[in-house]
Design a protein around this ligand. Sequence first.
Ligand code: SAH
Ligand code: SF4
Length: 348
Amino acid sequence: MSLTDIKSLNITELEELLTQRGHQRFRANQIYSWLHQKHVESFEEMTNIPKALISDLSSICYISVANIEKKLVSRYDNTIKYLYSFPDGEYVEAVVMDYHHGYSMCISTQVGCKMGCTFCATGKGGFTRNLTAGEILSQIYTAQKDLTIRISNVVLMGMGEPLDNFDNVVRFIRLASDEKGLNLSTRHITLSTCGLVPKIYELADLKLPVTLALSLHAPTNEIRSKTMPVNKKYPLEEVFKACRYYADNTGRRITYEYAMISGVNDSDECAHLLAQQIKGTLCHVNLIPVNPVEGTGYNPSKDKRLTAFVNVLSKYNVNATVRRTLGSDINASCGQLRGKNLKNKGGV
Ligand code: SAH
Ligand code: SF4
């Protein structure tokens, strides 16, 4: 029998688990508090829990942890990048960014990714496994402990496609926004997706309501299908329709992520085509010069091109900002550090 990740259970599930096994219901609150407020990493640290209960729990559950394998601090800004390892020997990356209004953290939802976007370091490495809700939470808990800070914003923009790990990610969102846990406002959680259309509808219907970021990166099916294979299954028309549904259903503005790749998707014509499709909708465009990934042959657009692109969008009253790249000296773009680590160990 495989063990249950106890950090992934909500309080009701924990109560059920305990009472089914003949333990007292009130212990659930205590255990939950050890896990989600004191962030303990072993049952032995739960000092007010009877030995017999601990021993029974350890026979059916484990506590997920994210261990710091590497920590890089940017010289330019306060960006910190972690390479975390899990006990099964897998790695994921996470980044902590120090904004004026608080700390924001970019975390991973899968080890690798199945989607195969051609510009992405994670996509190049293939897929290994989903993360549990507890493993997604642990990335935040470990960083908060290490830096003695409180994370106030979370973006699911690390390794993996969150909507391809739907149940665990929704579970994570619910646990992270629980007032007896991290107590993050769902509005301060951003979920980024490459556009798994049916799952966008499913998420919208849950009315959680997290901020949705859609990785667009191209204004036509022709260009998008070349860089993002998922577009062949869910073309742009369907993606935009799903995004409109999400915005209407949740009242939340959609963020469109657009990595500017020199000579691929950054012409004025591309900007016109993009604007024509999204003008008048509740949205914002984030333009980010593509991070060069070894072997892709892609280069970031020059500043002049970025400015010209923004100018075209503004003619249509489409809001756009050029995102500053944080931690450029520490491979802050996700997937790059893990790639390097595997290489050093003789992996991909
Ligand atoms: N799988 C999800 C979330 C993880 S990727 C998604 O694709 O949205 C997080 C963001 O980084 C996405 O917008 C993705 O398109 C972008 N990204 C990936 N590789 C990049 C690169 N080399 N340069 C700039 N952005 C990149
Ligand atoms: Fe996966 Fe997102 Fe990378 Fe595409 S950009 S391969 S969806 S992690």
